[in-house]
Design a protein around this ligand. Structure first.
Ligand SMILES: Nc1ncnc2c1ncn2[C@@H]1O[C@H](COP(=O)(O)OP(=O)(O)O)[C@@H](O)[C@H]1O
Ligand SMILES: [Mg+2]
Length: 192
């Protein structure tokens, strides 16, 4: 299968999850994350606002707020095409809908969180495999965000979040794909 076919097949699987399964997965994902030291110890965490059957992150965001963590979420860069900015996200952040129909904070320079100051970036993904390789929606946004830190010991740690049905044995990869050191599903912590 090609990358495009993998995206189609896995997105269809994800969209077939029932509302009950989605709720159970979101609930169990938080329980599992509480066993991940990097999650518990992070001060600044980048999350994302779920869409298209992605595992719901609202309870994770609420947990972060309740535990005094600074939460930021991605915003499409206004003129640097293909790049993400991360903006602080609080219960009172004014929001807008971007070109992909995803909610994002309205641009505000004062809320920009430099990527190098983020402890943990929870990355959305369409599919992942036995080696920690991920495919996303096809925009390469997280590859670009994570690439500068790939061969350094500084910068944020990336942590993939997924439903179990997003796992496949092996994905076709490209040279620019940044593999993830850790992926958490509702029932399992994968590390590489
Ligand atoms: N670090 C990077 N610098 C520039 N372009 C990149 C980078 N990483 C990925 N891209 C580009 O983004 C596009 C989509 O990447 P892809 O890996 O297919 O998407 P995704 O990771 O969302 O599944 C590709 O055309 C790729 O060349
Ligand atoms: Mg990629």
């Amino acid at each position: 299968m090609t990358r495009t076919e993998f995206r189609q097949v896995i997105r269809a699987r994800r969209n077939q999850l029932s509302e009950q399964q989605q709720q159970d997965d979101a609930h169990q994902l938080l329980d599992t994350l509480l066993k991940v030291d990097e999650w518990v110890n992070a001060s600044t965490i980048a999350l994302y606002l779920s869409f298209d059957g992605e595992i719901n992150t609202q309870n994770l965001i609420q947990w972060c707020w309740d535990h005094g963590k600074r939460v930021c979420v991605p915003v499409l860069h206004p003129f640097s095409t293909g790049q993400l900015l991360f903006l602080e996200y609080t219960p009172s952040t004014p929001m807008r809908i971007n070109q992909y129909n995803i909610a994002e904070p309205a641009l505000n320079q004062l809320s920009i969180v430099p990527v190098a100051t983020i402890d943990l970036i929870a990355t959305p993904l369409v599919g992942f495999d036995n080696n920690g390789h991920r495919i996303g929606m096809g925009g390469g946004y997280y590859d670009r965000t994570l690439a500068p830190f790939l061969h350094t010991t500084t910068g944020p740690m990336a942590l993939g979040l997924a439903h179990h049905c997003q796992h496949v044995e092996k994905l076709p990869t490209e040279s620019w794909d940044v593999p993830l050191p850790c992926i958490v599903t509702p029932s399992k912590i994968w590390r590489w």
